[in-house]
Write a protein that binds this ligand. Sequence first.
Ligand SMILES: [Mn+2]
Length: 155
Amino acid sequence: MPAIHRGSANNSPACDGNGPAPSRPLIFVVQEHHARHLHWDFRLELGGVLKSWAVPKGPPEEPGIKRLAMMVEDHPLDYADFEGEIPAGEYGAGAVILWDHGTWEPQGEKPPERLLEEGTLKLRLHGRRLQGGYALVRMKKAGENAWLLIKERSG
Ligand SMILES: [Mn+2]
């Protein structure tokens, strides 16, 4: 078993137990998905996966607008640059178009994983289309998976 060094010469930030944070910015993508019902898949890199929401009307671009966002299963990170045709007969069959991509920053003092568990995550997006302050807020009365994706008025 390898020794774990905790010497005082180690000035790196305290480990929070969630593994090392990536040394590059976190990525986000939005994929326009022409499945049986057109929707946009909003995906945020977090904890080595893409946390994912299906947004039937697309992510808001104007301040103050809220859109229903249904949380779906995590996707692997390497799905972030997928574009193309999901074959007929497979789940989600139809064209997938990369609608936006960029980086994002969680806001707030607590780890973003915890904020998601609690049901309110504020973030800043740096994409080609989506820019500035957003919030993801779980709708408690509408079922476990229903969230709102909100473009905030300030920034
Ligand atoms: Mn989809």
